[in-house]
Write a protein that binds this ligand. Structure first.
Ligand SMILES: CC(C)(COP(=O)(O)OP(=O)(O)OC[C@H]1O[C@@H](n2cnc3c(N)ncnc32)[C@H](O)[C@@H]1OP(=O)(O)O)[C@@H](O)C(=O)NCCC(=O)NCCS
Length: 209
């Protein structure tokens, strides 16, 4: 059993607490030391208390804590996630997969990546570092998810798709097969992407524009 620290007390941070608890039910794997956060709001503090997870203090504590613990960054903003990862690049990043997710054969998950409950990643998929695949998102064969990107709940990434670094695929959005979503792009919730999305562009709707 290894020590683990979560960075970020927000909504996703607390969802990661649940992923860790589910993993531990299957096999005792992680001793969750707690959560670091620079400015946890009152609600987050109360909710963490209810989960019986200690708030360990600000991010500056990470340096000292990471000597003895693996770390996972549960911050939604990809730019902040990348900054924290870069500033602590000597850290052992935990890769967490909820036991109710499906990760097929020949799926490569980068360090710090989190796969939430109900997510399905089929086969021959490369997932970068610190990627968040949220609940019930699906990823088809031969796709690539770039570092720090994020799939929101029920996002559907078809086969042979490339999702760029730091891109966001919104809740319930579909990216059709063979397309690419550029780095830093945002696909709105419920959109259907029918052509490549350029870098740093936001698209929404059906078809997505
Ligand atoms: C597409 C998105 C990035 C746009 O964000 P934004 O630029 O702040 O947009 P606004 O909220 O200012 O809305 C601008 C217009 O787009 C519309 N709009 C917003 N999101 C939309 C979406 N997903 N699909 C279609 N239209 C949308 C708004 O109704 C508004 O229309 P109006 O000008 O006719 O009133 C954002 O709404 C979104 O869908 N993000 C994904 C979020 C997500 O997945 N959330 C679930 C988290 S679990």
């Amino acid at each position: 059993v290894k020590d683990l620290v979560i960075v970020g007390a927000g909504g996703f941070g607390r969802e990661v607490v649940q992923v860790v608890a589910a993993i531990n039910v299957v096999a005792p794997t992680w001793n969750l030391r707690g959560v670091v956060d620079d400015g946890p709001d009152k609600v987050a503090s109360v909710h963490l208390g209810r989960l019986d997870v200690p708030l360990l203090g600000p991010m500056s504590r990470l340096r000292e804590l990471a000597y003895r613990a693996d770390v996972v960054i549960a911050i939604g903003d990809p730019t902040v996630r990348r900054r924290v990862a870069t500033e602590h690049d000597w850290t052992a990043w935990a890769t967490l997969v909820h036991p109710d997710a499906t990760v097929g054969p020949d799926v490569e998950l980068g360090p710090g990546t989190v796969v939430a409950a109900g997510a399905r990643l089929s086969t021959h998929i490369v997932v970068g570092r610190h990627v968040h695949v949220d609940q019930n998102a699906t990823v088809g064969h031969d796709s690539t998810l770039g570092d720090h990107c994020r799939l929101n709940p029920q996002a559907c990434v078809s086969g042979s798709v490339v999702v760029g670094e730091r891109a966001l695929v919104g809740a319930g959005a579909t990216v059709l097969q063979g397309l690419s979503v550029g780095a830093d792009a945002v696909v709105g919730a419920g959109a259907v992407v029918t052509r490549d999305v350029p870098e740093a562009t936001t698209v929404k709707g059906v078809p997505a524009r």
